[in-house]
Design a protein around this ligand. Structure first.
Ligand code: NAI
Length: 333
């Protein structure tokens, strides 16, 4: 099939080309994000391959459909950026990579916890400048602390297991408790998780229920000085509310790999530009905030799995055999 690959960075090209070694499909790489403006690039491509910040809303899908696209192959697990109702109406099949490396994301969440706790990102700079003072670097033992995990699917479960390994008590909230979590996770109501947890990590998808789940009301229920980690989706957190929480000291440490307005920023080198997102820039001024640019998934294993599953999805769609990891429109949501 002819496949238009959007948001195609050099690493995407490397891994997808490797997975397409038999040249089963004709891949054309476009560095730009998919949007109303760039959709014409996909003219006469039967398949479009997209990533997390590409727009797959009704207007874009209509354009793609009109110019011959029948398949949208997401290189992500999340599909909150796709108008599934519009895709179904247009007869466009949407496929995804359901789990490419839950370990990559869970381990990155742990990295944020560890760095924020011991402030290694500050220590790195201090030592390079000959400043060996320890003031401001005080951490706490993870052993014996309570960790709250919101969403115990593939990633949340691995995160919970690692934190349990540190000797933490793990409490969790999930509308569908994971039977594999039972030995080391205690499910509690969300309000109870907020009240007990020293560290809260978000591993739920972005849905109407989780949109701004972490708002002023939720933060008010959390422990004073709580550490909050978000490697899920940016909009699960109300950024204004966490900025207020940081200013008041209610939030003691914040680790973000995702940000609600990230599509204007992440995956690009903007170091030579003026960044006009004042909210984001405010976040970067806090000494106790650590932000990474949606890199939690970024391991060699994950990129290999993403590329191989994406190509297998396209094979299955074209041949009508094999496993198609289809995203089905749920009329209830
Ligand atoms: P998953 O589908 O295996 O697990 C999600 C869990 O969240 C499920 O158990 C579900 O029942 C639960 N959930 C749904 N609504 C909830 C709510 N209101 N409260 C609490 N739990 C709720 O998904 P997986 O693979 O663990 O991924 C989780 C999320 O991580 C993805 O949806 C995606 O947004 C994000 N992600 C981030 C990446 C990154 O690089 N930062 C990479 C991959 C995924």
């Amino acid at each position: 099939m002819r496949v238009a690959v959007f948001s195609a960075k050099p690493y995407d090209q490397t891994f997808l080309t490797r997975a397409n070694s038999a040249n089963r499909h004709e891949l054309s790489f476009f560095d730009v994000r998919l949007s109303v403006d760039t959709a014409p690039l996909a003219k006469r491509f039967e398949a479009v391959c997209a990533f997390v910040n590409d727009h797959l809303y009704a207007d874009v899908l209509e354009q793609l459909h009109a110019s011959g696209t029948r398949l949208v192959a997401l290189r992500s697990a999340g599909f909150n950026h796709v108008d599934l109702a519009a895709a179904e109406r247009l007869g466009i099949t949407v496929v995804r990579v359901p789990a490419y490396s839950p370990h990559a994301v869970a381990e990155h969440a742990v990295a944020l916890v560890m760095s924020l706790n011991r402030m290694t990102y500050r220590a790195y700079n201090r030592v390079r400048e000959g400043n060996f003072a320890l003031d401001g670097l005080l951490g706490f033992d993870l052993f014996g602390k309570t960790v709250g995990v919101i969403g115990t699917g593939n990633i949340g479960l691995i995160f919970a297991n690692i934190m349990h390994g540190f000797g933490c008590r793990v409490v969790a909230s999930d509308p569908f408790p994971n039977p594999n979590a039972e030995p080391f996770v205690e499910y509690v109501p969300l309000a109870s998780l907020y009240a007990q947890a020293d560290i809260i990590s978000l591993h739920c998808p972005l849905t109407p229920d989780t949109d701004h789940l972490i708002n002023a009301d939720a933060i008010a229920q959390m422990k004073q000085g709580v550490m909050l980690i978000n490697t899920g989706r940016g909009r699960v957190v109300d950024t204004q509310a966490v900025i207020a929480g940081l200013k008041s000291g209610h939030i003691g440490r914040l680790g973000l790999d995702v940000y609600e307005e990230e599509e204007q920023l992440f995956f690009e080198d903007l170091s030579y530009k003026v960044i006009d997102d004042d909210q984001f820039m405010r976040l970067t001024t806090f000494h106790n905030v650590l932000i990474t640019g949606h890199q939690a998934f970024f391991t060699a294993e994950a990129l290999t799995n993403i590329a191989e599953t994406t190509l297998a999805n396209i094979d299955a769609f074209e041949s009508g055999t094999g496993t198609l990891h289809r995203v089905v429109y749920d009329k209830q949501t």
